[in-house]
Design a protein around this ligand. Sequence first.
Ligand code: BGP
Length: 475
Amino acid sequence: MAFPEGFLWGGSVAAHQLEGAWDVDGRGPSVSDVLTGGSRERPRRITIPLEEGEGYPNHEGIDFYHTYPEDIELFAEMGFKCFRTSISWSRIFPRGDEREPNEAGLEFYDRLFDCLLAHGIQPVVTLSHFEMPLALATDYGGWLDRRCIDFFVRYATTVIERYHDKVRYWITFNEINNQANVSRDLYGWVNSGFRPSEFENPRKAMYQAAHNEFVAAAKVVSAAHEIDPALQVGCMIAMIPYYPYSCDPDDAMCALEGMHQRYYFSDVMCRGYYPSWAKAEWERDGTKPEMAPEDEATLRAGVSDFLSFSYYMSMVEKQEPGDLYVRRGSGDEHTVRNPYVRTSDWGWNIDPVGLRYSLVSLWERYQLPLFVAENGLGAYDELKDGTVDDDYRIAYLSAHISEMEKAISQDGVDVIGYTPWGCIDVVSFTTGEIRKRYGFIYVDINDDGTGSRKRFRKRSFGWYKHVIETNGAEL
Ligand code: BGP
């Protein structure tokens, strides 16, 4: 196993999925605070105002806002080199449009980052992980309003100036490409603070919000380099490779065109300009976003320093007769089952080779350092005698780490870090469930609110500790 010296082994979470304290110390509500709980069968709902008697799991999370010292002790026991989390934007600017930040919010992240550094753990910070201040969504229409560029740049430069000597790696927007799926309001809402279903041409609205985000991200990359040339600012996509269902050339083209739903975002943020096929699509569908004259130069000047991505699964594309390759709704209109892989308890394909496939594909496309910012298995875990025998999670992660190692040693890919998602159990994003557990650490909270809130080491805790100790040599 050949992981480079200094490889950033760690874990990944997001403020809104674990901090809780949603209305403490001046924090304002975010777009994720109005999402009800849900399940695979019962989709989460966006409710403004909040509904009496409804459950909002992100309000408590796992109360990390107060338990972080003990939780970080556990991360240090595993030997984490880094820990990816997000700053909750509405802790710093409660409405998002204020001119001055909320000092109590800034002081929390001073304490959190100092605690991580005291344990030898580098913070890796996502600036916006589905946590836009709710007021920017309700009063401005979210990222459809160009003024959000300045609001975001003010927020980002405030925290980068405050923490640049504690945080070297920054990520602008989490899974910025999720909103390409315009068939569900959830994605447009958490990515950009708008509901696609309210628009005649939802893809046009989505491309407009995305453009404003691209400009904001580019401005932040440039500003960060001014503040501290040592900083590395990356972008982040959800990477789900599409495999063609067969050697039928139409299946091959269908899969290749399908990948445009992801590359539309990473191309702009990693290259600094829009791909030509995007312009052809804008012409065909009337979806060209409005741009300011200076935007082109801004995008070129603010190219990301690295590309991070989440990898959970691959998908399979089969071209059905009719709308050749064109995607309008979910982007998964042509997706079919993969008969060669198993699925998780939530129906996600389990495909470790797909991680190597993703690493090689992204490396060869951008030649930028890559960071696997999320990977993991959401599963039903059973707490018994103070632990969880999660051999299934060890099998999933060791297979994925093994494929990542091949990408490094056999394909020459420059991978800088690996932070399995939900390194401690957190509230699921898509379903709002805590029972969809990913962690090395079990948190005794149930979806009905019961539980001791105690933490327990799963079997994978000791396994991952050894992986880090041997720098990936022994899985
Ligand atoms: C990604 C998000 C994370 C996390 C992960 C797991 O989309 O970046 O926030 O939630 O998915 O998904 P889920 O929590 O729905 O199982």
